[in-house]
Structure formats: structure tokens, C-alpha cells
Ligand binder design. Structure first.
Ligand SMILES: Cc1cc2nc3c(=O)[nH]c(=O)nc-3n(C[C@H](O)[C@H](O)[C@H](O)COP(=O)(O)O)c2cc1C
Length: 311
């Protein structure tokens, strides 16, 4: 019997397989499509303080090797999330795995306030399923010039410290992949008090309709996810792991167990399945089964032993 449990910076996961934010709704939408007992965590779609409409349509486009999306972080806001979404998730999902709540905002203060509200809620019976906070730092710092939080180590450090001050929940920081060297960002998170890192978010991308000579997405540009980004994500996980002791939740093109195992060998503690869910809603379950099978075939008693087991 393989021990499939992992500890992601204080978030105890029964299995190393999670779902990635924005690709699994708010968790309850997939009831009946897969066995939730094979998930170590479910990551909810990004949430901020107030409701947010996201971008205009069209906002996604399938491409060779993946998907380009510009959903624009559409969401209901923290109040609806805590009052309606979280209780509904607990009601609908039997033996629900812990929820990682992905948060974002237009200012450091907004992130901190959302984190405070979540921490308060997690201490109650109705909110006890909230297991961790994941900060999406790939969005613009509206209050301070519009640059992305995740592309300036000093700003990132300030953000992580501010959120840390407001939460005792495991704090995961989801790094932006489009930086020349990931290490200063890893250190900024570590110094700021993060418990774990997650990577990678989508890679900036654009698709053009050559007949119309127009961008396909209403937002003009978007983010690439799926198979095509997987090797780049493995490299970033490998680099980050070599720069820190923080555990890493790895994502980017996990379609089968092989992809997840690559992430683990490169240094990840757990993996998340994203875009692949759109073509096969039960793919996370298959990834889990394949990881267990791999451990059995290769003599690993625990999936945690796969972390950084690269020869
Ligand atoms: C449609 C869509 C919506 C997403 N929404 C979010 C989000 O709200 N917050 C976030 O941090 N990442 C979001 N992501 C990024 C994913 O969580 C993940 O990091 C990325 O897609 C790479 O994994 P994948 O290749 O397995 O999809 C979104 C991705 C997609 C495709």
C-alpha cells in the first residue's frame, strides 16, 4: 500500500493531486465526473474582494498544444464566495478535499483583506474546508502603476508580508512564469513568509485570425496553458526547487501520470491538473492512479519520496 499523503507547507493532502485554479470551477461542478477521494485538494477559481466581470467574449481559443485564454479573472467576490459557494461545495461534495482558495486584487491591501476574511471564515464550522490561500500574483497592481505584482521582487515581497500578517492558513504564492530568472522571486516569497510556492501560471500569448486580420480574443492577448507549456514548467519547478526549501505545487500541462511524475522528480511536492480537465473531466483521477502504479513499479513506498528523486 503506497502512502499517498503529502504536506504542502502545512496543508495536509491525502494525495499529491490537486486541481488548478480556473479549470475546475468552484469545486462542486465536477461531482459525478470523478472520484474526489483521489484529489488532495481542489483549487477554486480566483476570488477578489468585489465581484468582477472578467473580459469580453471571445475569451478562449484552442491552439496546437493547448489553450489561450483571457477570462480576465471573472468572479463573484468574497462575500458570495463565503456565504454561498463554500457551503455549497461542502454540501455537494462527499468527503470533500480541502479547498485552496486562489485570491487576487488590485492592491496589496486588497489581497490582505481577502486573506483576513478567508482566515476568519476558515475558523468557523461553515468554512472549515478552506485549507490554504493561493495568491495569484500575475495580475496588475492597479493602485501602483499597473505593473504585475509578480514581476517585481520588492513588490512581491511586500505583498507576501502583508498577506502573511493577516493569515495563519498555509500561504501558497503562485509565481508568474514570464521572468528572466525565477530565483529572486522565490527568495522574495520565502523572506515574506510564504509556506509554499505554486507554478506555473499561463504564459502570455496571442492568436490572430489571419482572414480577419484581427486578434481572436476580445482582450487581444491572453495566456497559454496545456501540453505546450509543460517542459517550460518542469524547468521552472526544477530551478525554483534548487533555490528554496519551500514545497512546490506544480502545474502546467499535466495530462497523464508521466507529466505529474516529471514534476515530482524535478522537485515538486504536489501537482495540479488544469487545462486537461476540459477534454477529460476525470483526468486528475487517472493521474493519481498512474502515480500510484509508478510508485509500485519503481519501489517507492511513498509518493513523497518522488520529490527531487532525479538521478
Ligand atoms: C480558463 C483558465 C482560467 C484560469 N484562471 C485562473 C485563476 O483564476 N487564477 C489563477 O491563479 N490561475 C488561473 N489559471 C491558470 C491555471 O490555474 C494554471 O496555472 C495554468 O493553466 C497552467 O496549468 P495547465 O497547463 O494544466 O492548465 C487559469 C487557466 C485557465 C486555462
Amino acid at each position: 500500500m503506497i502512502d499517498t499523503s503529502v504536506d504542502l507547507g502545512g496543508l495536509r493532502m491525502a494525495t499529491p493531486v490537486a486541481t488548478a485554479s480556473g479549470t475546475f470551477g468552484y469545486g462542486f461542478e465536477y461531482v459525478g465526473a470523478l472520484d474526489y477521494s483521489k484529489l488532495g485538494a481542489v483549487t477554486a477559481k480566483g476570488i477578489r474582494l468585489n465581484p468582477w466581470p472578467g473580459n469580453g467574449m471571445p475569451r478562449h481559443c484552442e491552439v496546437a498544444g493547448g489553450l489561450v485564454n483571457a477570462i480576465g479573472l471573472q468572479g463573484t467576490g468574497i462575500e458570495h464566495f463565503l456565504d454561498i459557494t463554500v457551503p455549497h461545495y461542502m454540501e455537494q461534495v462527499r468527503n470533500a478535499p480541502p479547498m485552496i482558495v486562489n485570491i487576487w486584487g488590485g492592491s496589496v491591501e486588497e489581497y490582505a483583506e481577502v486573506a483576513r476574511r478567508l482566515t476568519e471564515a476558515a475558523a468557523t464550522e461553515e468554512g472549515r474546508i478552506i485549507g490554504a490561500i493561493e495568491c495569484n500574483v500575475s495580475c496588475p497592481n492597479v493602485k501602483e502603476g499597473g505593473h504585475t505584482f509578480g514581476q517585481d521582487p520588492a513588490v512581491l515581497n511586500r505583498l507576501v508580508k502583508a498577506v502573511r500578517e493577516k493569515t495563519t492558513l498555509p500561504l501558497i504564492v503562485k509565481l508568474a512564469p514570464n521572468v528572466p530568472d525565477i530565483r529572486p522571486y522565490v527568495r522574495a516569497c520565502e523572506d515574506g513568509g510564504a509556506d509554499a510556492l505554486s507554478m506555473i501560471n499561463t504564459i502570455p500569448a496571442m492568436v490572430i485570425d489571419i482572414e480577419k486580420r484581427r486578434p481572436v480574443l476580445a482582450n487581444r492577448t491572453g495566456g497559454l496553458s496545456g501540453r505546450g507549456i509543460h517542459p517550460a514548467a518542469v524547468k521552472l519547478v526544477y530551478d525554483a526547487h534548487n533555490a528554496t526549501k519551500l514545497p512546490i505545487l506544480a502545474m502546467g500541462g499535466v495530462y497523464e501520470a508521466k507529466d505529474a511524475i516529471e514534476f515530482m522528480l524535478a522537485g515538486a511536492t504536489a501537482v495540479a491538473v488544469g487545462t486537461a480537465t476540459f477534454t477529460d473531466p476525470s483526468v486528475a483521477e487517472k493521474v493519481y492512479d498512474g502515480m500510484v502504479d509508478y510508485c509500485e513499479r519503481h519501489g517507492f513506498a511513498s509518493v513523497a519520496d518522488l520529490t527531487a528523486a532525479l538521478v
